[in-house]
Design a protein around this ligand. Structure first.
Ligand code: FES
Ligand code: FES
Length: 178
């Protein structure tokens, strides 16, 4: 039995698709329930629906890391992630790093080591760095450089970013030299 083009068109008719899905997320510790279009990326949900504009849209194609956030403690490119895929997840954005007025040690280290210039890549760099520390695999500056290679900085702040991350990594490991 052959399938006509009209059959396929009818089956995929947008009128038959649900226009929105309900998604529940815990974002920076706060429960959020939203109706989102199925094609909404996590990045757009954060920026457009929740007004969490700290997470930046750079390339929107998974190539620059500006949109990096943590989902259940793991770093991901939010521009490549559909919000409906993360229903029930815990999301941390750069807005969730500080505890009130107290900056996260990574934020302190970035300031101390002059690790940003225009700052556009910085939220993604910070979230990625926290994901890196959570992973616990990077033991040297070269490991950090490799593990942070998905986060691009058009200002070339890389040396200071690496130094800042290494400082926090060493502090977490009790100052052990590697
Ligand atoms: S905006 Fe997501 S990787 Fe560039
Ligand atoms: S500090 Fe400007 S893009 Fe990284």
């Amino acid at each position: 039995m052959s399938t006509s083009a009209k059959d396929l068109t009818d089956r995929a008719s947008p009128a038959e698709l649900p226009s929105t899905h309900q998604v529940s997320l815990k974002v920076n510790g706060v429960e959020k329930r939203m109706e989102v279009a199925p094609w909404t990326t996590l990045l757009d949900l954060l920026r457009e629906s929740l007004d969490l504009t700290g997470t930046k849209k750079g390339c929107d194609h998974g190539q620059c890391g500006a949109c990096t956030v943590l989902v259940n403690g793991k770093r991901i490119n939010s521009c490549l992630t559909l919000a409906v895929m993360k229903d029930g997840a815990e999301v941390m954005t750069v807005e969730g790093l500080a505890a009130g007025e107290t900056l996260h040690p990574l934020q302190e280290a970035f300031i101390e080591h002059d690790a940003f210039q225009c700052g556009y890549c910085t939220p993604g760099q910070l979230c990625s760095a926290l994901g890196l520390l959570n992973e616990g695999k990077a033991k040297t500056l070269d490991d950090i450089r490799e593990s942070m290679s998905g986060n691009l900085c058009r200002c070339g702040a890389y040396p200071n970013i690496l130094t800042a991350i290494e400082k926090v990594r060493r502090e977490r490991e009790g100052g052990a030299e590697q």
